[in-house]
Design a protein around this ligand. Structure first.
Ligand code: BUP
Length: 466
């Protein structure tokens, strides 16, 4: 091991939306000969997809050292949430003190710890006691980061409740409608708010924040944060996006590519709401009807349960035999994990009906695929604003939150006619297609030698020797 080698430990939290960026960032580091990577895995995981993806990553990159953190179970009665992923975030947080001995056992000694945003307060003292640089890999948009950075001010002002302004005005950022704020962050007693109230003031103790974003997609927020406009004392921000997928051996994870191979270029709309959103049965029916009515070819990933281990019924049970029959010959419907990056990068795919999880937005941007944004939960409306403002896609705001997103309109079902009309608008819009393709070009340039991603990575790696 040369003295110039940097050894980075990666510590993700629960859920695919948080795990995937860590694995992709790890793969980017491993492209450099002067970086070693240790991956802290948590046991148990919430979803099957998390354990499968981690194993896949470790077999694709045998040079990575896995260190397992066995989680201390959390009594759900002590956590103000019934969401299995949120309960697990809290379990990881409460087990973080076990990290010290694991990190000190790493060989060669570590240079830095890159951890999830939900772990700031428990992890910083450990990193400081071991003289490690400490970075957050933020799993969402820079626009959402501006809100997280501003959260202490927002909380101190009573969560804006005394304020009749429907817009949250963060310096340097175009106003965020209150209706876009994740509903738990409007409630001072929610688990999400409690974590942010504790962590947001500690952001300044980090050596930096890494983010899967790039100029061209999020120019305004990246400039505002970097320029110190949002809050004073923000740590440096490294825009290390777009993240490409990591390379792995395809086995049973391969997608129904044969079907896509037979479709004309740009003709297929891909429909998926991410790894932890289950639509109601009524909404599933309307999505199916809408896709049929759109007249477009479609590839739809159906998800019936929030946690994949609980998925039981087959497609006919969930979608219904009659609708399956109507859809026959018009599109492909599956109820399984697919390799989404492979789908979005396929030449047949022209549009994406997406919940706007940030990884999904990043993948669509990388491959220049336009989005019909249909946010369901969490930070997804804030991400949908990025999609609309950048021109990557369209967002029908009136569709509101769905599937327990926390808004008042959670039981409203969007009708198939409306869905079909918007899908046609998405697939028919030439200017939208061109703008999305342009963002794809910017994303590719950012990834080249001398591009913004590569420069930010060099800067990060350079810092680890200081
Ligand atoms: Br479902 C599904 N295949 O079938 P997001 C998801 N993915 O590759 P989420 C697949 O999981 P949060 C599938 O490409 C993306 O990288 C997808 O992350 C991949 O949304 C990731 O898009 C999903 O951020 O997480 O899962 O809702 O809410 O935490 O953002």
């Amino acid at each position: 091991i040369s003295p110039q080698t940097r050894h980075v430990a990666l510590f993700p939290s629960a859920g695919m939306g948080h795990l995937i960026p860590f694995l992709r960032f790890g793969a980017l580091l491993l492209r450099r000969t002067n970086c070693r990577v240790t991956l802290i895995t948590v046991n148990p995981t919430v979803s099957l997809a998390e354990s499968q993806h981690t194993s896949q990553f470790l077999s694709a990159y045998p040079q990575v050292t896995p260190l397992q953190l066995n989680l201390i179970p959390v009594d759900p009665a002590t956590v103000n949430s019934d969401d299995p992923f949120w309960l697990r975030f809290e379990a990881v947080r409460r087990s973080a003190h076990l990290l010290g001995p694991l990190l000190s056992s790493a060989s060669p000694p570590l240079s830095a710890l890159v951890h999830d945003v939900s772990l700031i307060s428990p992890v910083i003292p450990i990193a400081e006691s071991l003289s490690l640089h400490s970075y957050v890999l933020f799993p969402a948009s820079a626009r959402m980061l501006s809100f997280v950075s501003y959260f202490s001010t927002f909380a101190a002002a009573g969560f804006g409740s005394a304020n009749s302004d429907p817009l949250l005005r963060i310096p340097g950022i175009s106003p965020i409608p209150r209706s876009s704020i994740p509903p738990p962050l409007l409630d001072p007693n929610s688990l999400f708010s409690r974590i942010l109230m504790e962590d947001s003031p500690n952001l300044s103790r980090l050596n930096g924040i890494l983010i899967n974003s790039f100029e061209g997609l999020e120019t305004e927020a990246l400039e505002a944060i970097n320029g110190g406009k949002v809050t004073k004392g923000s740590p440096p921000l490294f825009a290390v996006g777009p993240f490409p997928p990591f390379e792995f051996e395809k086995a049973e994870w391969s997608t129904p590519l044969n079907w896509l191979d037979q479709q004309p270029e740009g003709s297929v709309v891909y429909v998926s709401f991410g790894s932890r959103t289950a639509l109601s049965r009524d909404q599933i029916t309307e999505v199916g009807e809408g896709l049929v009515k759109s007249g477009c070819r479609f590839f739809w990933v159906v998800k019936d349960k929030k946690v994949d281990k609980e998925e039981d019924g087959g497609l006919n049970d969930v979608v219904g035999g009659e609708l399956m029959e109507k859809m026959r010959g018009r599109g492909l419907v599956v109820k399984q994990w697919v390799d989404q990056s492979e789908v979005l990068s396929h030449r047949a795919v022209g549009g994406f009906v997406s919940h706007c999880g940030w990884n999904s937005v990043g993948e669509a941007a990388l491959y220049g695929v336009r989005i019909l944004a249909w946010p369901q939960n969490g930070d997804q409306k804030i991400n949908a604003e990025v999609v609309r403002a950048s021109g990557l896609g369209i967002w029908v705001e009136s569709w509101g939150w769905r599937s327990g997103g926390g808004g008042d309109d959670r039981t409203v079902v969007v009708k198939g006619d409306e869905i079909g009309e918007r899908v046609r608008e998405l697939m028919g819009g030439e200017s939208l297609r061109l703008q999305a393709a342009k963002i794809g070009d910017v994303a590719r340039k950012a990834s080249e030698v001398g591009g913004t991603r590569e420069n930010a990575l060099e800067r990060f790696i350079g810092e680890l020797l200081e």
